[in-house]
Write a new protein. Structure first.
Length: 151
C-alpha cells in the first residue's frame, strides 16, 4: 500500500456535530465539490452506514467505488477502506480522528492512503493526496460551521 498522508484542521463545533456531518453521506453532494452521487449500500443495526457507493468527478479523475466504514463507539474515529478495486483505485484506506478542544472546537485529523490503478509518479501522487485532503477538510469545516448546519 502507498504511504499515508495526514492533515488536520480545527472546526468551530464539538466532535458530535462534526461526526454528524461526516456520517450524513447522502448530503455529501451538497457540500463536497467532486462528489456527484452517494448511495448507502448497507447499514449497521444502529443505522450508521457500513458500505457507501460514491460517484466522483474531480475533472482529471472520475470514478465510482464502494467504501466500507467502521466507527469508534463515541464517533471520535471514523475509518474506511475500499471494498473492491475501481477504475481508478487499487486500494484506499482512510480515517477521520476527532478530538474535542477545551474551547468547544474540534481538531479533525484526516489520514488517507490511495493506491491508484493508473501510473503516477510518487511526488505527483502525494501532491494530489494533499490537495484532496486540503479541499476535503476545508469543505467539511465550511459545512459544519455554516449557519443551520447543526446535526
Amino acid at each position: 500500500m502507498a504511504d499515508s498522508s495526514t492533515q488536520s484542521i480545527v472546526v468551530g463545533a464539538p466532535p458530535d456535530q462534526v461526526a454528524g456531518v461526516i456520517c450524513d453521506f447522502a448530503r455529501y453532494p451538497e457540500w463536497t465539490d467532486a462528489v456527484r452521487r452517494v448511495e448507502v449500500v448497507e447499514e449497521y443495526e444502529d443505522g450508521y452506514a457500513s458500505q457507501v457507493r460514491f460517484t466522483i468527478d474531480a475533472g482529471v479523475m472520475a470514478d465510482e467505488y464502494v467504501l466500507a466504514y467502521e466507527y469508534a463507539e463515541d464517533l471520535t474515529r471514523i475509518e474506511w477502506h475500499l471494498v473492491a478495486p475501481s477504475t481508478m483505485q487499487k486500494a484506499q484506506r482512510g480515517s477521520y480522528d476527532l478530538v474535542g478542544n477545551p474551547d468547544g472546537t474540534t481538531t479533525v485529523t484526516y489520514t488517507l492512503e490511495v493506491e491508484l490503478s493508473v501510473g503516477m509518479l510518487g511526488m505527483f501522487r502525494r501532491k494530489a493526496e494533499r490537495m484532496i485532503m486540503d479541499t476535503a477538510l476545508k469543505q467539511l469545516k465550511r459545512r459544519v460551521e455554516a449557519p443551520g448546519a447543526a446535526q
